[in-house]
Design a protein around this ligand. Structure first.
Ligand code: CA
Ligand code: CA
Length: 145
């Protein structure tokens, strides 16, 4: 995989968006995925930049989670806002990354991303259950650069 267009098929992308939509049915938290070719800067710093660019730092409860993927760099980052990072255990995102990585290694990017969404969703659901007045604060579409 090198080209961003080859990373996920349209169908796979729809399945992932569906997983985000389902996960967000149980939590007020917001999950987004951003995919780009390569990062010019350190992936974690770039993830923080994208987080801000996508206005993910504007959620009411600071419970947005971004999965950032740089396809050519073969790297990805899970970046959670303060609200969620303060409550999950330190190794939670590392564990989630490991699970995703095991799928990525075999080229199953769709499954890796879905597992990441599900794990983030479970954590968000525990600490930020869905509320009746919940809104979809951030689009579920996968953003690309
Ligand atoms: Ca929401
Ligand atoms: Ca959303």
């Amino acid at each position: 995989m090198s080209k961003i267009e080859d990373f996920l098929s349209t169908e796979e992308e729809q399945d992932i968006i569906e997983a985000i939509r389902d996960a967000e049915k149980n939590t007020s938290g917001e999950i987004r995925i951003h995919i780009e070719k390569a990062s010019k800067i350190d992936a974690i710093n770039r993830a923080m930049e994208v987080f801000h660019f996508l206005k993910m730092d504007n959620t009411k409860l600071q419970n947005g989670v971004l999965i950032y993927v740089a396809v050519e760099d073969k790297t990805f980052v899970i970046y959670g806002d303060k609200g969620i990072n303060d409550v999950v255990s330190n190794d939670f995102w590392d564990h989630t990354k490991d699970v995703m990585q095991s799928h990525f290694k075999t080229g199953n990017f769709k499954q890796g991303l879905i597992e990441g969404v599900l794990k983030a969703g479970t954590a968000l659901e525990t600490y930020f259950p869905w509320e009746h007045n919940d809104t979809d604060e951030l689009s579920n579409e996968i953003s690309k650069d």
